[in-house]
Write a protein that binds this ligand. Structure first.
Ligand code: GRF
Length: 187
């Protein structure tokens, strides 16, 4: 299965995919390309692994550009790995059940427009939740509302800080993402 990984930031999840492919854990997967919507460290990780990198400028044409790149390079699944731009409704419909995203909460809780990164963790801690987690889900036009593929929960206590919660999410999301990719590449 040829995948495209869309990135905007540090790319630690991209790195987890690169490593899993290199180590033979995702033997059915080829990273066809990495697409970035801004200059970011993830680009360096892709270039180090000799993966073709494309730049899709943020704006009204961005989704069409990504669509063209993915079509031309035979992509079968698009992985949003810390991708911060919102894809168009048309794009999400065209690639229905072929785009996946990771979210740092137990969706549907703490999802939706504006709920990303530390904002999620802040809200979880403010509400004194006793658990949080990570969700891997299909992407639909409605933000964070697509069918859940995999979820993993973990307990949190009253003393947990935002940094600790962010670290826990970062530790949990990588194996979960690899598991989801493994699952999807077998079907
Ligand atoms: C991850 O924590 C992910 O849950 C969220 O964005 C972050 C991306 O990190 N969607 P990285 O760029 O993969 O390091």
């Amino acid at each position: 299965m040829h995948i495209s990984v869309l990135v905007s930031g540090n790319g630690s999840n991209l790195q987890a995919i690169i490593d899993a492919v290199a180590q033979g854990q995702l033997s059915n997967i080829v990273i066809a390309n990495v697409i970035a919507d801004r200059n970011c460290y993830a680009i360096e990780r892709a270039l180090d692994a000799e993966i073709p990198v494309y730049y899709a400028e943020r704006g009204p044409e961005m989704s069409q550009e990504i669509d063209a790149i993915c079509q031309e390079t035979g992509v079968e699944l698009i992985v949003l790995a810390g991708f911060l731009s919102i894809l168009s409704e048309e794009f999400c419909q065209k690639w229905e059940r072929k785009i996946i995203n990771m979210h740092p909460s137990l969706l549907p809780a703490y999802g939706g427009m504006g709920m990303y990164g530390r904002k999620v963790h802040e809200a979880v801690l403010q509400n004194h939740e006793t658990q949080s987690g990570v969700s891997i889900h299909y992407v639909t036009p409605e933000v964070d509302a697509g069918e859940i593929i995999l979820q993993q929960a973990f307990p949190i206590d009253q003393n947990t800080t935002i940094d600790q919660l962010a670290q826990k999410v970062s530790d949990v999301e990588k194996p979960l993402l690899i598991q989801a990719l493994h699952q999807l590449s077998q079907t």
